[in-house]
Design a protein around this ligand. Structure first.
Ligand code: GDP
Ligand code: IMO
Ligand code: MG
Length: 432
């Protein structure tokens, strides 16, 4: 039995795509269990760049099975665009290789529209969403106003569903936001066309998951976003609308909890965040630019192209991530970027309002803005480490940094990434 769950330890964009692609070489099945096309997972292989938004990154491996689980919200138009784009890049996408849960909820065009309209309404005080309709789709799921992929397989049922829901959505679009209403017939025609194309891929993935578990297949769960964007545990309300932490795997894919063998937390060697919300170790000006622009690929969003906010590694935040997901191993990415800084700072505790040092981020994020990080300084190594493949060959200061992270978190660093390419990976412990 081998189920490896990957979790973003920070605010997303930790390099999950790169690590998942590396681990895929040993996995038989890759499952996405939450989020939607707000995710942007970048993979570089032999000079070719792939960005996955909704299709599991495992699709690059020719003999893998890939599952989009029930916990994902699926924009059928964007999914088909992504499938077409990947096909044009030479990737074979067949119903045997890609299975999509019929229980997954559909991101409807009005969800996308409402996400954008709400961000506009809030002006500069919004969440800074990706405007992909993620929040509105999950809202409707919980409110029981959702449409599921199974519904796209039955034109008559879909019509009844849309006729029941669309008048309310159009009223909100027009009367609250003064936006353009959607035409029900056009909407249905376009959804039916998506349904016809997606039908061979839509299935009962609970049965598929049960079967691959029974066959003893190696399963990799591909987390999207990161711990601090988790709807329950993150920096509410500046977060996404799904459970990005390890628990989301069970409800989002029907993997039973006791089948999970490993929880791999993926973290950058420093911290980034895109969108609004608190960020205790954030840097500004030149210091932020140095982290943002170092290395072959700068810190700009893979989905929206926005510049990412950059700051130092935040251990209280990471301890909290380890706590809420039961992280058993860490993959530390973008270590090569720290070659660009003269010395490294790491927050190892926060001073709270009373001046007391706290080792772990408080669950009451209302006080996060007032916490002052306590920094420790470590020496940097100025040499290029991007070609190193063995831990022992890393400069002493880089080894000391990794060791310090392990000591602070009390979790082993199983993998170290020193560049965006597959081969730029140091493995210290095999997870499958
Ligand atoms: P994800 O959303 O967690 O998959 O991460 P993104 O793909 O959004 O952002 C991570 C970025 O860092 C991508 O451009 C990757 O190609 C790149 N990357 C991943 N690992 C490394 C690394 O170790 N070093 C460098 N320099 N870049 C990396
Ligand atoms: P990956 O999988 C980084 C952020 C958005 C915004 C907030 C809510 O690539 O790590 P949403 O559109 O989900 O309602 O936006 O969450 N966000 C991400 N930030 N990486 C992501 O995904 C993200 N997905 C959403 O910027 O602040
Ligand atoms: Mg990303």
């Amino acid at each position: 039995m081998s189920v490896v769950v990957t979790v973003g330890c920070q605010w997303g964009d930790e390099g999950k795509g790169k690590i998942i692609d590396f681990l895929c070489r040993e996995a038989d099945v890759v499952i996405r269990h939450q989020g939607g096309n707000n995710a942007g997972h970048t993979i570089l292989v032999e000079g070719q760049k792939y960005i996955f938004h909704i299709v599991p990154s495992g699709i690059l491996k020719p003999d893998s099975m890939n599952i989009i689980g029930n916990g994902v919200v699926v924009d059928p138009f964007k999914l088909l665009e992504e499938m077409d784009h990947l096909t044009a890049q030479g990737i074979r996408i067949t119903p045997e290789r890609l299975k999509i849960s019929g229980q997954a909820h559909v991101i409807m065009p009005y969800h996308r529209q409402l996400d954008g309209l709400e961000e506009e309404r809030r002006g500069g005080k919004g969440i800074g969403t990706t405007r992909r309709g993620i929040g509105p789709a999950y809202m409707d799921k919980v409110a029981r106003y959702g449409v599921r992929l199974y519904d796209l397989l039955h034109e008559d049922i879909l019509r009844k569903r849309v006729e029941a829901i669309l008048p309310l959505k159009n009223a909100i679009i027009q009367q609250v936001y003064h936006g353009q209403p959607l035409d029900p017939d056009e909407l249905l025609a376009s959804l039916n066309a998506c349904g016809r194309r997606l039908a061979p891929f839509i299935t009962d993935t609970t049965e598929v998951v049960e079967q691959v578990l029974a066959e003893g297949k190696k399963i990799l769960c591909e987390g999207a976003q990161g711990t601090m964007l988790d709807i329950d545990f993150g920096t509410y309300p500046y977060l996404t609308s799904s459970n990005t932490t390890a628990g989301g795997v069970c409800t989002g894919s029907a993997i039973p909890p006791h089948k999970i063998s490993t929880v791999l937390g993926i973290a950058k060697a420093y911290t980034t965040r895109v969108g609004e919300g608190p960020f205790p170790t954030e840097l500004f000006g030149e210091e932020a630019d140095r982290l943002r622009n170092a290395g072959p690929v700068g810190e700009y969003g893979a989905t929206t192209g926005r510049p990412r906010r950059c700051g130092w590694l935040d251990i209280p935040q990471m301890r909290y991530a380890c706590r809420v997901s039961g992280i058993t191993h860490i993959a530390l990415t973008r270590l090569d970027i720290l070659s660009a800084v003269p010395e490294i700072h790491v927050a190892t505790a926060y001073f709270d309002q009373a001046g007391q040092a706290r080792p772990v981020l408080s669950a009451d994020i209302n006080v996060l803005g007032e916490c002052r990080p306590v920094y420790e300084t470590l020496p940097s190594w100025r040499e290029d480490i991007s070609t190193i493949t063995r831990y022992e060959d890393l400069p002493r200061a880089a080894q000391a940094y990794v060791k310090a992270v392990e000591d602070w978190l009390k979790v082993p660093v199983a993998m170290i990434s020193v560049g965006p390419q597959r081969h730029q990976t140091i493995v210290r412990q095999h997870l499958f």
